[in-house]
Design a protein around this ligand. Structure first.
Ligand code: SUG
Length: 449
């Protein structure tokens, strides 16, 4: 049987903007109120998807959500016509308007946690949408994410969909951004690493002091239970609270894995030595392949450089010839220390043979690198055949989506533009057309009313 790792990238939505909504996310705060370009953002994302597809990877697309989220504004007490709701929110609660317009569903590493069928008790692929409770603008996403995932992975005999965890900080869950799966081949039993930032019920355990930890141990354990994972195939590890306080708001800003490679910074994990011995032992029980732990020292790359360049928010992909390639943001090439490190990595005898750099600057300015933009789903051949084919990138779909973006998206967007009622109409028209292109059915609220 053949196995694949598919990357499902989030298509950037028509309201992409910089609102400084994410405390603890350095780029989001630094670029607050900058002028965004929704069109360039979406085209940059599509260019990355096309490049991976051209490399022979299975590339999927996850559609954006409906924004402005008029329903959220109504629920919070704004009423009247939609134009009125936007105007009132703009005047009386500008932060709420910004939150309800965020295109943040583009970072699909936070859409859900996915466990492939090789790891689960019932041998189905399991999906749990992330509740994203820690940030208001992101907490608006999970329900529609669930609809969208069902529209893409519809077959009950192959896929199992769970409701997102309880909407409460005790179960704060940020999805695959804090979840890494290591394995020999994608279709073999793997080890799933769940990284958390704090304990919810035991307040005496270490936690960051400056910024909130978004993911709790309790949430990670609940997802592992829901997915039917066995204890011997799961590792729970706490993120180093000090790095969260330096802007590492998700573990995928400081660590990334692929098959038998874990690429990470020496400061990433709280109890590094125990973590490594637990992982090494469990990995050896499921795979005969050697485990490559590529640990980057602070003397090679500082945590600050990691946060500024997203060295670890890279994708490590395996090409058809079994060599591994790092998909990195341009920022890594531009930073001399990080570039020197990556050059030295290529000279080493590791599975990583090449680094390819991509311009995803519109996303980076909100703290989202190449890895934030994708949700990984390891699939068998028959599971792949059960995926909605209109959500898998082909040259034809790429052409259609590029034309769709050029037709519907604005070149620039400022905070003042968010109160424009025309933006609601534009966004709905765009999504209505997109649901037809991707054959999604009625996943959005405006289509169900
Ligand atoms: O949740 N930024 C996102 C970035 C998510 C990155 N994802 C991963 N690391 N996997 C966040 O902080 C900023 C929106 C704004 O400020 O306008 C934002 O939501």
């Amino acid at each position: 049987m053949k196995y694949f790792e598919a990357n499902f990238d989030g298509l950037v939505g028509p309201t992409h903007n910089y609102a400084g909504l994410s405390e603890g996310n350095v780029a989001s705060k630094q670029n607050a109120n900058a002028i965004s370009s929704p069109k360039s953002a979406a085209l940059q994302g599509l260019a990355k998807m096309k490049a991976l597809s051209d490399l022979g990877m299975i590339q999927g697309v996850i559609p954006p959500q409906e924004r402005p989220d008029i329903y959220a504004l109504k629920r919070l007490g704004f009423n009247g016509t939609e134009a009125n709701i936007l105007e009132q929110a703009y005047k009386k609660a500008p932060s709420l308007l910004a939150a309800c317009c965020s295109a943040s569903s583009m970072w699909t590493a936070n859409a859900a946690t996915v466990s492939p069928s090789a790891d689960t008790d019932d041998r189905k692929v399991h999906f749990t949408p992330a509740n994203l409770t820690n940030k208001f603008h992101r907490s608006l996403e999970p329900e529609i994410t669930g609809n969208v995932l069902r529209a893409i992975f519809g077959s009950d005999s192959h896929f199992s969909h769970h409701q997102h965890l309880n909407d409460n900080d005790h179960f704060g869950d940020e999805g695959a951004a804090n979840h890494t799966r290591l394995c020999g081949e994608y279709g073999e039993q793997g080890i799933e690493i769940f990284t958390y930032g704090k304990h919810a019920f035991n307040q005496s355990m270490p936690k960051p002091q400056r910024y909130d930890a978004r993911q709790t141990l309790e949430a990670s354990k609940a997802v592992a239970r829901l997915h039917g994972l066995r204890d011997e195939h799961v590792v729970f590890v706490q993120q180093n609270p000090d790095v969260i306080d330096q802007g590492v708001f998700h573990n995928d800003v400081i660590s990334v894995g692929n098959q038998n490679v874990l690429f990470y910074h020496e400061q990433a994990f709280l109890d590094h030595d125990n973590f490594v011995s637990d992982l090494t032992e469990k990995f050896a029980n499921v795979s005969s392949k050697p485990l490559h732990l590529i640990k980057v020292a602070t003397s090679q790359v500082s945590v600050e450089d990691c946060v500024n360049t997203y060295l670890f928010n890279t994708q490590i992909i395996t090409l058809n010839d079994d060599s591994m390639v790092i998909i990195a943001p341009e920022h890594c090439r531009q930073n001399p220390r990080v570039k020197a490190y990556l050059d030295s990595l290529l000279a080493e005898n590791s599975p990583i043979k090449e680094v390819k750099y991509f311009d995803v600057n519109e996303s980076m300015k909100n703290g989202g690198g190449p890895a934030c933009l994708r949700l990984r789903v390891a699939l068998t051949q028959s599971e792949l055949e059960a995926v909605n084919p209109n959500c898998l990138l082909t040259d034809e779909l790429y052409g259609k989506l590029t034309a769709w973006v050029n037709k519907h998206y604005r070149d620039t967007l400022t905070f003042d533009d968010l109160r424009d009622p025309q933006l609601v109409i534009e966004s709905r028209n765009a999504l209505e057309e997109l649901t037809k292109i991707m054959n999604l059915g009625s996943v959005y609220q405006f289509q169900r009313m």
